[in-house]
Ligand binder design. Structure first.
Ligand SMILES: Cc1ncc(COP(=O)(O)O)c(C=O)c1O
Length: 384
């Protein structure tokens, strides 16, 4: 069957292909240690599970839910933004819960993009930005993030480029895959740039609680609601990746615009899931501290592993991964990744999958136990 034109140039997601290869290797008797994908292996808080269990046992919670989700969840999101980001959001008009923030990226692209519209996407960056723009019929214009520039957009260079057709810009800090925190003034610069050029900025913010003491929202910048949509997620911050709960926060008009598309695509989430998510959002700093202590121990092991591979990395980075520059002897991160996979039975993500500016890098996920990292270190030191 001929697939649609819109799928041209859209390949299967890299991880979906690679996971199949790893599965084949495992079937052939290997026991690959996968340090690639960022899916939290730790459970959510027990109180969150309890709410889900208790609510799901009730007889009257199984019907379709409203397109804008339960007010309980919207209120909890609004409170969460006030408590952690000092951002005021009207829970009735400025919050839209999502079935994961990944789907929000697609909703936004489908809501705003027509054929000749251009979108600024980070290189390196989350590959979904590029594919969602293409699927919606828009055109990606990459902006490079460089280590020497603290992985910030080069605004001087952007100012000199043609921006007339640019309608959206994706930004993401703490940045994935580089782990870069938003440094002072970056958020102000983004908002000023967006206003000057009449661009709608999409800030993707799923990593602000991981190994980061001071979570920030782009919406905290004065006037940001005029030009920003922020996506957020419980996947990483609350160990709930499989639950598929995210949120879109923006001005009332933006929420209504996105809802015009979204309400034609899906329906509200299962109510017990929403109530459990609201519970998760009410958790205090102890929860995040506990989770981060574990990530910190793991990160020490990852630094050891990267030292063994003679990779260079910043110890200041945050988020669920460690981003590292590869030694010169490798052509690119794919070569290093394949060598480790086939010789040492350990999978590490090549940086090139996040864009050409990631070619000389690799990314190691912190989603594995200390013992698994120790085992990976042992395998690599024996085989390299
Ligand atoms: C930068 C970035 N944005 C969004 C997502 C999607 O998260 P969610 O689970 O909320 O769909 C991910 C997941 O890996 C991510 O790395």
């Amino acid at each position: 069957m001929q697939t649609s034109k819109r799928l041209e140039g859209i390949g299967e997601y890299y991880f979906s292909k690679k996971l199949r290869e790893i599965e084949e290797l495992n079937k052939a008797g290997k026991n690959i240690i996968n340090l690639g994908i960022g899916s939290p292996d730790l459970p959510p808080h027990p109180d969150v599970i309890k709410v889900l269990q208790e609510e799901a046992a009730k007889p009257n919670v199984h019907a379709y839910q409203g397109y804008k989700s339960s007010p309980v969840l919207r209120n909890a999101i609004s409170e969460w933004y006030r408590k952690w980001y000092s951002v005021e959001l009207n829970p009735d008009t400025e919050v839209l819960p999502l079935i994961g923030s990944k789907e929000g990226i697609m909703h936004i692209c489908m809501t705003y993009l027509d054929k000749s519209d251009e979108v600024l996407v980070p290189n390196p960056g989350y590959p979904t930005y590029r594919s969602a723009v293409k699927l919606a019929g828009g055109k990606c214009v990459e902006y490079k993030l460089r280590e020497k520039n603290n992985y910030e957009p080069d605004f001087e260079k952007l100012e000199k480029s043609k921006l007339k057709k640019v309608k959206l810009m994706f930004v993401n800090y703490p940045q994935m895959p580089t782990g870069q925190l938003p440094l002072e003034k970056l958020f102000e610069k983004i908002v000023a740039f967006a206003k000057k050029h009449n661009i709608l900025v999409i800030h993707d913010n799923p990593y602000s609680f991981i190994l980061n003491e001071s979570p920030r929202s782009l919406l905290s910048i004065e006037g940001a609601k005029d030009c920003v949509i922020e996506l957020n997620s419980l996947s990483k911050s609350h160990n709930m990746a499989g639950w598929r709960i995210g949120t879109l926060c923006a001005a009332k008009e933006r929420i209504e615009e996105v809802l015009r598309f979204k309400s034609n695509m899906d329906s509200g989430m299962f109510l017990p899931l929403q109530l459990a998510a609201a519970k998760a959002l009410s958790l205090g700093r102890e929860w995040h501290d506990e989770v981060n202590d574990i990530y910190r121990q793991r990160r020490k092991k990852v630094f050891e592993l990267l030292d063994l591979l003679k990779c260079k990395y910043s110890t200041e980075q945050v988020g669920m991964f460690v981003w590292a520059g590869i030694p010169k002897k490798y052509k690119d991160g794919y070569e290093l990744s394949d060598e480790i996979l086939y010789k040492s039975d350990v999978f590490i993500t090549p940086g090139g999958i996040f864009g050409s500016a990631g070619d000389k890098y690799i990314r190691v996920s912190l989603c594995g136990s200390v013992e698994r990292f120790e085992e990976a270190i042992e395998r690599i030191s024996k085989t390299l």
